[in-house]
Write a protein that binds this ligand. Structure first.
Ligand code: FAD
Length: 376
């Protein structure tokens, strides 16, 4: 098989490069900004099955199984910790919401518990406040270091023979007689028989000239990272309405995110956003209110109309694979998304049913609308 070019060195493209390079394929991974330059370097880093859309749950469960072996596979401690995920209720109304989520997910086979009062929740996470009334608890969820993980995939791909070109942007995907033939880049043309497009929010611009429409809206999420604190929290915390999420990194820093807004992109959250976010997190995790803020940044979410990703090889352009629109929950999926991209790129039957993730669903005009869930 001829050369494969992957556009985008986030977790999706880097994991795909690793999978294909290990199988002996000639792979070039391009990123215009550098590995983990966009969402994969700015994410909360939650690795969860709970709170997933039914179509995504099998992928999330497969990903969680893969996460357990990443240290060994990649030869790097990616700081993956399977400490569980707690989704908190702060009001009586939220108790009902959490109860319904837990019931729905248990019915689909996910092993999670409903912790029905504050005492039960604080037995699992003693650092939480009295403001927490109940929680859903999935013990097999967890978190990992996003930058370490994404670089570990790209470095492993390189060790297995991939070319990794940072600072090289794709300008267009070349198509001749309805098949990809190459990628035109800021460093010249690269011939390719297959192209995997995993360029996050920039994917639609490369698809449009090929007559393919990927409708994305962009959400801006504020992220706060504290100075290191003593070990306090094993779980990733989310809340019923997704207006904040928090985890403690392996080095002790708290990292927390807000619920996002579509109110224009900006590199830094405003002082008000940071203050509101700290207050919201401190309401459930009091130590957050006493922690010094070390860094703040924003991350951009590539939100599709139904909040599900596209993982597909569109029939109209032979050799093209699209993996984008992860809608705020693609970090967890990275290890399995990479393998699925590899399956599609080499024409192997995908190891999971991808019917829900076809690009053509947006052309069909029958999609439900969804919200991204940043529960970790
Ligand atoms: C603040 C925040 C919190 C989040 N929390 C979670 C969470 O807790 N759990 C979870 O699972 N997910 C979470 N997500 C979502 C998750 O981070 C993303 O879904 C995931 O990282 C997407 O990875 P990706 O590789 O598809 O895209 P990206 O990481 O965006 O990578 C795309 C890459 O393509 C490159 N690129 C773009 N255009 C070009 C071009 N023309 N040529 C070459 N390269 C190009 C970019 O530089 C970028 O590096 C969160 C996201 C944000 C922003």
């Amino acid at each position: 098989m001829g050369a494969i070019v992957i556009i985008g060195g986030g977790i999706t493209g880097s994991a795909a490069a690793d999978a294909l390079a290990r199988d002996g394929h000639a792979v070039t991974l391009l990123d215009k900004g550098g590995i983990a330059a966009m969402a994969s370097g700015r994410t909360l880093g939650g690795v969860r099955q709970s709170g997933r859309h039914p179509a995504e749950l099998p992928l999330a469960s497969a990903a969680v199984a893969l996460w357990g072996g990443l240290h060994e596979r990649l030869g790097v401690d990616v700081h993956y910790r399977r400490g569980g995920n707690l989704r908190l209720a702060r009001t009586p109304e939220e108790v009902g919401i959490i109860r319904a989520i837990v019931d729905g997910q248990r019915a689909r086979g996910l092993d999670l518990d409903f912790l029905s009062d504050n005492r039960a929740v604080r037995e699992v996470a003693p650092a939480l406040s009295e403001n927490v009334l109940a929680a859903g608890y999935c013990a097999t969820d967890g978190h990992a270091d996003p930058v370490r993980t994404t670089h570990a995939f790209a470095d492993s791909a390189r060790r297995h023979g991939a070319i990794v070109s940072e600072g090289v942007g794709a300008l267009s995907i070349e198509v001749t007689a309805a098949r990809v033939t190459g990628v035109v880049t800021t460093a010249g043309r690269i011939p390719a028989e297959r192209v995997i497009l995993a360029a996050g929010i920039e994917s639609p611009a490369l698809l449009r000239p090929l007559g393919l429409d990927l409708p994305l809206s962009i959400e801006v999420v504020a992220v706060v990272q504290s100075e290191p604190l003593p070990a306090t929290l094993d779980q990733v915390l989310g809340v019923a309405n997704a207006d904040c999420a928090v985890r403690q990194e392996v080095g002790g820093r708290l990292r927390f995110t807000n619920g996002g807004s579509t109110d224009g992109t900006r590199p830094e959250p405003s002082a008000t956003e940071v203050r509101d976010l700290v207050a919201r997190v401190a309401h459930v995790l009091p130590i957050a209110g006493h922690a010094n803020v070390s860094r703040t940044w924003t991350g951009l979410v590539d939100l599709t109309p139904d909040a599900l990703p596209v993982i597909d090889a569109p029939a109209s352009v032979g050799g093209l694979v699209v993996a984008a629109g992860f809608s705020g929950h693609g970090f967890c999926l990275g290890p399995i998304s990479g393998l699925l991209c590899a399956d599609l790129a080499i024409g192997r039957t995908p190891r999971h049913d991808l019917a829900a993730f076809r690009l053509a669903r947006f052309q069909a005009g029958s999609i439900a609308t969804g919200r991204p869930e940043l529960h970790g």
